[in-house]
Design a protein around this ligand. Structure first.
Ligand SMILES: C[S@@+](CC[C@H](N)C(=O)[O-])C[C@H]1O[C@@H](n2cnc3c(N)ncnc32)[C@H](O)[C@@H]1O
Length: 250
């Protein structure tokens, strides 16, 4: 997977992309990341990348020309609709980035991410350049850089070979619509708080059953909204019914 990240602040990425799983994925050749400084594609002596909004009001808006020029040069676009690489505009107004969307993006060979700043980017970037618009949550960040890092991280760990245990991502929270069960490690007792007996039993089938139930229990407690869309077996449903799910209709 190759990521092209278009930003006014390429230095922000240095720490995040040079450590841990992302760094190892790069070293092993699973991913490559190219940073593109949008300012480098702005014209004129001052390489201006933003301007005042038409219609007045406060703040500045990122100009369309440097962004179009940057993507056309890097992706080799011949016209506005010629990209087979998803061009994702980061925006709090976009479709919500979820684990399912991360899986969808992980199917591509290349992704382009455009990081907005200030009041956002000129609307024509969204209309005539971006092929997708994505939000990492219902809040407003100062810029798209952190959102781009989130997407690179979540997508990278789904790529084959990136994690030592290939099944790990299938057990993660949100992989099958549920939150994952709790984890414990040594010591078996810490400040008089003991690890659940079942996990020390060595009975793998019973442990798997316990974990599934804990996963269902905490999803019900913390994110009951997820249960309506989760893939539940008859046994799961029977267990949830004992916990009072679904709630009686009002
Ligand atoms: C301060 S925000 C602009 C918000 C814009 N005025 C609005 O209300 O929709 C600047 C940039 O941060 C990025 N951004 C902010 N919140 C985001 C979110 N939740 N997800 C993805 N990107 C976000 C976008 O690239 C956006 O252009």
């Amino acid at each position: 997977m190759h990521f092209d990240i278009f930003t006014l602040f390429p230095d922000m990425f240095a720490g995040v992309l040079a450590d841990s799983i992302i760094m190892r994925a790069k070293e092993a050749g699973h991913i490559s990341i190219a940073m593109h400084d949008i300012r480098g594609y702005a014209q004129g002596k001052h390489q201006v990348t933003d301007d005042a909004p038409y219609g007045g009001g406060g703040g500045m808006v990122m100009k369309p020309e440097p962004i179009f020029r940057a993507l056309e040069a890097v992706l080799g676009l011949e016209n506005e609709t010629s990209s087979c690489t998803p061009i994702i505009l980061l925006s709090p107004q976009g479709r919500l980035f979820t684990q399912a969307v991360a899986r969808e993006l992980a199917q591509h060979k290349r992704l382009a991410l455009i990081c907005g700043r200030y009041e956002g980017v000129d609307e024509r970037v969204r209309q005539f350049l971006a092929t997708d618009e994505m939000s990492i949550g219902d809040y407003v960040l100062s810029g798209g850089e952190i959102a781009a890092m989130v997407i690179v991280d979540a997508v990278t760990r789904l790529l084959p070979g990136v994690l030592g245990d290939p099944a790990a991502t299938e057990r993660d929270s949100h992989a099958d619509g549920l939150l994952e069960h709790p984890h414990y490690t040594r010591p078996a007792e810490f400040r008089s708080h003991a690890v659940p007996e079942m996990l020390l039993s060595g009975h793998h089938a019973e442990i798997a059953r316990w974990r599934r139930r804990e996963s269902l229990r905490r999803t019900l407690e913390r994110r009951p909204d997820l249960l309506a869309r989760a893939d539940l077996s008859p046994e799961d449903k029977a267990f949830l019914r004992k916990l009072g799910w679904p709630p009686p209709e009002v």
